[in-house]
Design a binder for this molecule. Structure first.
Ligand SMILES: N[C@@H](CCC(=O)N[C@@H](CS)C(=O)NCC(=O)O)C(=O)O
Length: 263
């Protein structure tokens, strides 16, 4: 039996998985990660005991064959047991060490890691009320993350409407973060919490916009993230400061070089 607090199956690397790994690093616990490059995950059996399938096993007649929904195309292979514990069938997919409990949504996987340690090492707030404030930011981050997912996946077929919607979501989310940081050194208060971890990973992922903006150029649209540094200076400085920390930088360093170089 491994001594990890959680098993995660996902495509890798994945900033949504880094949320859990950064928290695990702070708490000194182990999270087991299983997966493969995004383009290879279609060759895998999605299961608690995930494994790469042989070519003969990867047919549309397979009992595990399912149409992909978001972020993947074509057929994916998910077991019934996987869908019982992961009803939305998405990755990252996390499991309790014995596989009986599924946890999905990267922010909730992050919460599960924090809760694996008595008192969460302070990462989940010092009281039930403070934990709820942390949750408030995690929810706001998920709403932003969902808009960002649709926008980035739609980059090659960009429309004015999609761009406008993303611009509105970006402004709404960042305004709240900027305001929160006017009063505190961290997002949910004085000390680091999982709200900061989710923020750093999701905003870093969104800033891939700057590396994949061809779809915007064809429509002469500006990058949504272009104003980040000037319009939200506290949020941007906080992002840079978080990424400097070793617990963050071991995952985010190379991934974020492109916007830190110009800072
Ligand atoms: N908000 C979710 C996003 C998860 C998600 O949408 N995952 C997609 C890949 S980016 C997926 O697993 N798709 C499976 C499918 O297409 O069936 C999170 O943070 O975990």
């Amino acid at each position: 039996m491994s001594n990890s607090v959680l098993r995660i199956f996902s495509y890798l690397p994945n900033p949504r998985v880094w949320k859990a790994l950064i928290a695990a690093e702070y708490l000194g616990v182990t999270v087991e990660v299983i997966g493969d490059k995004p383009k290879h995950l279609g060759n895998w059996l999605w299961d608690f005991d995930a494994r790469e399938l042989s070519e003969q096993e990867r047919t549309d007649e397979s009992p595990h064959a399912r149409a992909s929904r978001r972020g993947f195309s074509g057929t994916l292979f998910k077991t019934d047991a996987f869908l019982r514990t992961q009803p939305y069938g998405t990755v990252p997919a996390a499991f309790s060490p014995d596989g009986s409990v599924g946890v999905f949504e990267s922010n909730s996987i992050l919460r599960a890691v924090a809760r694996s340690v008595e008192g969460s090492g302070g990462l989940y707030g010092g009281s039930p009320m403070h934990a709820s404030r942390v949750d408030s930011f995690l929810d706001a981050t998920l709403v932003f993350g969902r808009e960002a997912q649709v926008y980035l996946l739609g980059m090659d077929d960009m429309t004015q409407q999609l761009h406008e919607r993303m611009a509105g979501a970006f402004q709404f989310y960042l305004e709240g973060i900027e305001r929160a940081l006017e009063h505190n050194a961290h997002i949910a208060g004085d000390v680091l919490t999982i709200a900061d971890i989710a923020f750093a990973c999701d905003v870093s992922q969104f800033l891939r916009e700057r590396l994949m903006n061809k779809g915007l150029e064809t429509l002469s649209l500006p990058m949504v993230s272009a104003g980040l540094e000037l319009a939200y200076p506290r949020a941007f400085a906080h992002l840079l400061e978080l990424i400097e920390r070793p617990e963050f930088s071991q995952h985010l360093d190379a991934y974020t070089q492109h916007f830190r170089n110009s800072a």
